[in-house]
Write a protein that binds this ligand. Sequence first.
Ligand code: ADP
Ligand code: MG
Length: 161
Amino acid sequence: MGPLFVRRPSLRRLGRALGAAAQPGDVIALVGDLGAGKTHLAQAIARGAGVPPETRVTSPTFAVVVEHAGRLPVHHADLYRLGDAGELAEIGLVERAVDGLLLVEWADRLPGSLPADTLWVTLTPARSGERALDFAAGGPRSTALRGVAEAWSAARRTSRR
Ligand SMILES: Nc1ncnc2c1ncn2[C@@H]1O[C@H](COP(=O)(O)OP(=O)(O)O)[C@@H](O)[C@H]1O
Ligand SMILES: [Mg+2]
């Protein structure tokens, strides 16, 4: 599957579709420079996973991870300030999040710290207001989630005709 090009409203719709399909134990890594849209996408995924609109979903800069209650728990992590993989192992991030959906911003800072079956989403600014989204999957659940993005993209193409 090639990259998806999305403006902000489409990115939010796609995020909600991913969140609606999430199951306990799923891990989604969000990769991209500052301002790429990682937190925006995390918010939309959290909404899709049932986190209510009155719950603020922002980059958990001071805590490494925050938990939001939804249809399933949504653990939102940001590794930007984390020192090394040992620190992450100490926190037990992945182990603690198995009851829900784990969203990880800046996951590429500590390669090898997430399970193989993680959906990697890379966001790259494209033309003004657009982001190119690339999806990489490494196991059955992440492949299923990538399939959700693919199906969303196909439905969008059909509805535009
Ligand atoms: N297509 C788009 N998708 C996501 N964000 C966009 C898009 N176009 C513009 N933006 C803007 O880019 C910024 C992304 O910020 P944020 O999600 O906090 O990025 P990050 O967490 O990657 O640092 C927001 O101000 C958002 O309004
Ligand atoms: Mg962010």
